[in-house]
Design a protein around this ligand. Structure first.
Ligand code: NAI
Length: 338
C-alpha cells in the first residue's frame, strides 16, 4: 500500500466515529472526520486526501467531482447501499466509486415492519397517553396483520427479508419488481403481479426499490387513486419514490390511512440534524409531521449495531482493495449501477 492513506470523512456523527474508529485499527489509514456535508462549498477543503468517504445526503454531483479530481482524490467511498446522490456518469473513468451493497437487510426490513406495527397499533400515541396517566383506549383501535395483504415493491435484499417477516405474521404478500426473482417467489410463497393489481389489492404497501428515473414519484396522485381506501404506505427506500404533496392530499381525504416514512424527498436539509430549537421552514415536512397517522423517522432504517459494524469494515476493505489494486468487487458500475 502506498504509505499512509488519508481519508476525508464527511457527515461524521459520533456513532460513525465510534464504529470506524474500532474498525480502522486493522488498517493503515488516517481518517479526518468532518461534521458537515460534502457540498460545492466544502469540496475545496479536500487537499491532500486520497479518499473521500460520504453518506446518503452528501452532494457528489459533477461540479463536486470536478473539484475532487482537481484536488487529487483517487477514490469515493460511499458508506451506504443507495447511490442516487452520486453522479456516476460524471465520475466515470475519473474517480472510481465504491459502496457497501449489503450490510444488514434485516436492519431496514425490521424497521419497515416496526413502522407498520407502530402505525397500526398506534404505539406512538399510546406511549404519550399512558405517560400522562391516561389509560383509555379510544382512538387506538388497530387491525390484525394476519390475513391482510401487503404489496412489496422491490424484492431485492431488503424486500426479500421484509416478505419473510410478513409471511411470519400470516400476511398474504404480493410483489412487484422489474426483475422478478422467480426462485425466491417459489421458496417464500408470494406472488409477483403488475403494479396496478398490487395497488388495487394491498392493505399495506412497502417500498424497497432504489430511486431511479423510472421509480421517481412512483407513488403519486394517480397511483394513490388506484389504492384501497385507508391504505398504509411504508417508505424505507428513498424519499423521492413518493410525491409528498400527493401523499398529503391522500392523507387529508383519508384515502391514505397511514404513512410510515423513514425517508423524505427533501431530507438532506433536516435529517441527522437537531432542529429542536429551530423552526421548520419546509411546509411539506411540517404538514407530514402534523398528522397523527404519519410516523416519520429520520432515515434510521440502517441504524443497528450490526449494520454499523458491517458498514465500517466493508468501507475500509473497499479502500484497501483499491490501493492494493485488487479487483474492486464493490465498485459501482456507471452504466448498470451495480
Ligand atoms: P437491492 O438492489 O438488493 O434490491 C432492489 C430491488 O429493486 C431489485 O430487485 C431491483 O430489480 C428492484 N427494482 C429496481 N427498480 C425498480 C422499479 N422501478 N420498480 C420495482 N422494483 C425495482 O437493494 P436493497 O439492498 O434491497 O435496497 C433497496 C433500497 O433500500 C436501496 O436502493 C436504498 O434506496 C434503500 N435503503 C434504505 C436504507 C434506510 O436506512 N432506510 C438503508 C439501505 C437501503
Amino acid at each position: 500500500m502506498p504509505g499512509l492513506i488519508k481519508i476525508a470523512f464527511f457527515d461524521a456523527k459520533p456513532y460513525d466515529i465510534d464504529s470506524f474508529g474500532k474498525a480502522s485499527k486493522d488498517f493503515d489509514f488516517k481518517i479526518t472526520y468532518f461534521k458537515g456535508h460534502l457540498t460545492l462549498e466544502t469540496a475545496p477543503l479536500i487537499q491532500g486526501f486520497q479518499v473521500v468517504c460520504v453518506f446518503v445526503n452528501d452532494v457528489v454531483d459533477r461540479d463536486v467531482i470536478d473539484i475532487l479530481e482537481r484536488n487529487g482524490v483517487a477514490l469515493i467511498a460511499l458508506r451506504a447501499a443507495g447511490y442516487n446522490n452520486i453522479d456516476l456518469k460524471a465520475a466515470f473513468k475519473r474517480i472510481p466509486v465504491v459502496r457497501v451493497p449489503a450490510y444488514s437487510p434485516y436492519a431496514v426490513a425490521e424497521h419497515a415492519v416496526a413502522l407498520m406495527l407502530v402505525l397500526n397499533r398506534k404505539v406512538h400515541r399510546a406511549y404519550y397517553r399512558t405517560r400522562d396517566n391516561n389509560f383509555t383506549l379510544n382512538g387506538l383501535l388497530g387491525f390484525d396483520m394476519h390475513g391482510k395483504t401487503a404489496g412489496v415493491i422491490g424484492t431485492g435484499k431488503i424486500g426479500k427479508v421484509t416478505i419473510n417477516i410478513l409471511k411470519g405474521f400470516g400476511v398474504k404478500v404480493l410483489a412487484y419488481d422489474i426483475l422478478p426473482d422467480k426462485e425466491h417467489q417459489k421458496n417464500a410463497g408470494f406472488e409477483y403481479i403488475d403494479l396496478d393489481t398490487l395497488y388495487r389489492e394491498s392493505d399495506i404497501i412497502s417500498l424497497h426499490c432504489p430511486l431511479t428515473k423510472e421509480s421517481y414519484h412512483l407513488i403519486n396522485e394517480t397511483s394513490i387513486a388506484k389504492m384501497r381506501p385507508g391504505i398504509m404506505i411504508i417508505n424505507t427506500g428513498r424519499g423521492m419514490l413518493i410525491d409528498s404533496k400527493a401523499l398529503i392530499e391522500g392523507l387529508k381525504t383519508g384515502k391514505v390511512g397511514f404513512a410510515g416514512l423513514d425517508v423524505y424527498e427533501e431530507e438532506s436539509d433536516y435529517f441527522y440534524e437537531d432542529f429542536s430549537n429551530k423552526v421548520i421552514t419546509d411546509d411539506v415536512l411540517a404538514r407530514l409531521l402534523s398528522f397523527n397517522n404519519v410516523m416519520v423517522t429520520a432515515h434510521q432504517g440502517f441504524f443497528t449495531q450490526e449494520a454499523l459494524q458491517s458498514i465500517a469494515s466493508t468501507t475500509l476493505e473497499n479502500i484497501r482493495d483499491f490501493f492494493i489494486k485488487q479487483k474492486l468487487p464493490n465498485e459501482i458500475c456507471h452504466k448498470c449501477g451495480t
